[in-house]
Design a protein around this ligand. Structure first.
Ligand SMILES: *Cc1c(COP(=O)(O)O)cnc(C)c1O
Ligand SMILES: [Zn+2]
Length: 434
């Protein structure tokens, strides 16, 4: 297969070498994506190969990303791969969450089971491999947390120096702690996410650092594996809906691209509809979908949400995301802080749990089912993007009635579960427990 980078803008479509160090099209500023030419194996052969690889103990085949490498053949040498055995995440039935959402049945694909606890690992293994191939020594990203945790781990595993930039005071300790532990040089900048992104682009160019933000086309290629693994796990039965939270919209772009490519190859016979859910205080993509066709995204200057992983006012991948959502006949919904917090507690009650941004999925499903957009008996898969332990502070505050929204208003502890202080007295404890 021959791999190239191609400008996503329809009026441009300029092509560049797959080894060019570019994040935007030099001719028009558009987003870039990887594209491949050549003959692919037949769908049935791919399915058989991928299934057989699950029995192979080599690191490449044990990776739930690289096992599907025929769908993103951008490397010329698989010795460049850095894997922590990412992917391989479970599909979990969640009857309690289904009932809460108004559905007969709901399945979670839980990306929080990844090595650093979020779906960022699916993309980062590809981004890190490309950095190794390009003989880079340093890699950098701006992050609300999970990208930096993931990049730090993969860079460390690959022998690269990770440099992370984070908005000062705006990141959960779980994520920051990971980056420190994996040895990242960590710079807390007094600016918001979108401002820091502009800063880092300048620095990357000046210092020859490889950027691994979600705009990096190789991360998007890796995140396609989430949809491929999902379909493989379902024996290629396509769900009616795939629901996911939207921040920078890299995942929305990756899922859409993967699904279209799988359909073109005959791996699946139709596209599921994508439902993207944003937090109300950080919902520029929701607003865009309500504008007439051809409108441009209007950034939210001061995005606000406790779901820090989707606290993005100016999502870079919106031009791709809007095409993917539209192509799938999808929708964009938004949820309040209270709706996200309560949905998160319900996911916890399934014995599953997730971080706040992930719970936007169930909050959105509940609204979309109530509105009749999603049928009650639809076959729905929601992607939980991050692990429950990413933000323990949020959890403790919610359950003890101390969780405040970004305006300082205390949220209701609707499904709160307070720890109880008891005396060292078996009779009284027995009475309490009934
Ligand atoms: C990064 C992230 C998101 C947002 O994904 P985008 O691709 O930026 O839309 C959502 N949830 C979690 C847990 C994340 O880490
Ligand atoms: Zn271009």
């Amino acid at each position: 297969m021959h791999a190239e980078l191609i400008c996503f803008e329809r009026s441009c479509r300029a092509r560049y070498a797959i080894t060019a160090v570019l994040y935007n099209c030099p001719q028009c500023g558009g987003l870039l994506e990887a594209t491949y030419t050549g003959t692919m194996p037949a769908a049935e052969d791919l399915k058989r190969t991928w299934r057989a690889r699950r029995l192979d103990n080599s690191p490449l085949e044990q990776s739930g990303v690289w096992r599907y490498r025929e769908l993103f053949p951008f490397l010329d040498d698989y010795r460049h791969v850095v894997t922590l055995r990412e992917g391989n995440t479970p599909l979990l039935d969640a009857p309690i969450a289904a009932r809460y959402g108004g559905l007969g049945r709901l399945t979670f694909k839980h990306q929080g089971f990844n090595p650093t606890g979020s779906f960022k690992d699916n993309g980062m293994t590809c981004g890190a491999a490309q950095a190794v191939r390009l003989k880079m020594q340093r890699v950098a990203c701006v992050s609300t947390g999970n990208t930096s945790a993931s990049m730090a781990a993969y860079a460390a595993a690959a022998g690269l120096q990770p440099v992370i930039f984070i908005p000062h005071g705006n990141i959960s300790y779980g994520k920051l702690a990971q980056a420190l532990e994996y040895g990242a040089r960590t710079l807390q900048v007094e600016a918001n996410f979108d401002q820091i992104l502009a800063l880092v682009r300048v620095l990357a160019e000046r210092l020859g650092i490889y950027l691994l933000n979600s705009i990096n086309p190789f991360r998007i290629e890796g995140q396609k594996s989430i949809m491929v693994e999902l379909m493989d796990q379902r024996d290629w039965r396509v769900p009616d809906w795939v629901v996911l939270p939207g921040g920078n919209l890299g995942n929305t772009s990756a899922f859409g691209k993967a699904l279209r490519e799988m359909k073109a190859l005959g791996l699946i016979d139709r596209l599921p509809r994508l439902a993207v859910v944003q937090a109300e205080g950080s919902a520029p993509f929701y607003d865009l979908m309500r504008q007439p066709g051809g409108a441009r995204l209007r950034a939210v200057g001061h995005p606000e949400t406790l779901a820090t992983a989707i606290k993005i006012g100016d999502p870079v991948s919106w031009p791709k995301a809007i095409e993917e959502v539209t192509a799938s006949g999808g929708v964009v919904e938004k949820a309040t802080e209270q709706e996200i917090a309560d949905a998160k507690a319900q996911i916890g009650l399934c014995g599953i749990g997730c971080e706040p941004a992930s719970a936007a999925t169930l909050a959105g499903i509940r609204k979309l089912v109530a509105a009749g957009t999603i049928d009650r008996d639809a076959d729905v898969v929601a992607v939980l993007t991050g692990n429950v332990l990413k933000d323990p502070d949020y959890i403790y505050r919610y359950h003890t009635g101390q969780l405040k929204d970004p305006h300082g208003e205390t949220l209701a502890s609707t499904y709160g579960n307070q720890p109880i202080v008891v005396p060292n007295d078996p009779d009284r404890i027995a009475a309490l427990l009934g």
